[in-house]
Write a protein that binds this ligand. Structure first.
Ligand code: PLP
Length: 323
């Protein structure tokens, strides 16, 4: 596998969904080389930072991640000649940790009580203690090159939709940093004036949903890693979110398992979240084209196939506090 193998993923129609004349079409980002959509995120960030002469091979790049981002940065970094250090909350899946280490990166596990905000605090502390030119904090949450990279995927989807003669009515996508959602949504809105975009948050940590509905926001632990870090990231452009909905983590895990059985595509739990929202639309609409995305791969969760993260069941989180 090489860097040129990132992207150009298939856009597939999900046959088992055909109901009321609705069609569901999904972008298979789990087929990227490291098994997730984050290959695109980091390829764009690293390439653009190199072009701007902000980073260069030989440096140490650091970032925070629950696993997919860490693996993507570790793989890309190794191919390009960087040292990589990933700050990760305790309790993430063994598969994701093993993958990051296999690519030669170092993992610093941070206390579960603070979830990702603890990783951010430690990453920032590490940068200030090692403030030479050789260490760079990539910061996928705040670096807008994340969202920018997803425009490329949006353009790809537009071409593929045209080739299939499909005009999408809805774009449905879960939000973590929001880079994936916002980059694609921007292109979709430019190309399809009538499209409605639906962003999804996990119900136990839904800052944008809370903001839109004038509800107090509280972060609670959950089992949809990659979503719900407790903050609205700079890569989430609220103007591109026509509607925000919440998804239950346990339901998303069951939907993923049911889908793997029926469609034989090995997807991860946050893809189940996207499918749950598509199910809702399919039940209530007729003759609509709904576009969604599959983020990552089932194998990354094999050791947690029950969908439980006991480390997080009784933790009193403060993840939503100021970082
Ligand atoms: C499994 C999974 N799904 C969804 C997302 C959300 O992607 P984004 O950060 O681009 O919003 C992530 C992000 O880490 C993830 O790891």
């Amino acid at each position: 596998m090489e860097l040129k193998d990132i992207g150009n993923t298939p856009l597939v129609e999900l046959a088992t969904f055909f109901e009321n004349g609705n069609r569901i079409i999904s972008k298979c980002e789990f087929l990227n080389p490291s098994g997730s959509h984050k290959d695109r995120t980091y390829l764009n960030i690293v390439n653009r930072l190199e072009e701007a002469r902000i980073i260069a091979p030989g440096m140490t790049l650091i970032d925070c991640s629950t696993g997919n981002g860490g693996a993507a940065l570790a793989w890309i970094g190794r191919l390009k000649g960087y040292r990589i250090k990933i700050f990760m909350p305790e309790g993430m899946t063994q598969e994701r940790k093993a993958q990051i280490r296999l690519y030669g990166a170092e993992i610093v596990e941070t206390p579960k009580e603070l979830f990702l905000s603890g990783s951010v605090l430690q990453a920032k502390a590490y940068v200030s203690e090692n403030s030479s030119n050789d260490v760079y904090y990539v910061d996928q949450c705040n670096c807008l090159l994340n969202k920018d990279g997803w425009r490329i995927c949006g353009e790809e989807m537009v071409e593929q939709l045209r080739a299939q003669d499909v005009v999408p009515d809805f774009f449905v996508c879960a939000i973590g940093t929001g880079g994936t959602f916002s980059g694609i949504a921007e292109v979709m809105k430019r190309e399809y004036a009538k499209i409605k975009t639906i962003g999804l948050e996990v119900d136990r940590s839904a800052p944008l949903f809370s903001q839109r509905n004038n509800l107090p926001f509280n972060h609670h632990s959950h089992n949809l890693m990659g979503l719900g870090a407790g903050v609205i990231s700079a890569n989430t452009d609220p103007n591109l979110v026509d509607e925000i909905r919440v998804v239950d983590g346990t339901g998303a895990w069951s939907r993923m398992k049911h889908f793997i059985e029926s469609e034989k595509l090995p997807i991860g739990p946050t893809c189940g979240a996207n499918l749950l929202a598509c199910d809702e639309l399919v039940r209530t609409l007729k003759n609509k084209n709904i576009v969604t995305l599959f983020f990552d791969s089932a194998w990354k969760y094999e050791s947690r196939w029950d969908g439980l993260y006991p480390e997080y069941s009784e933790v009193n989180h403060v993840a939503g506090r100021d970082l």
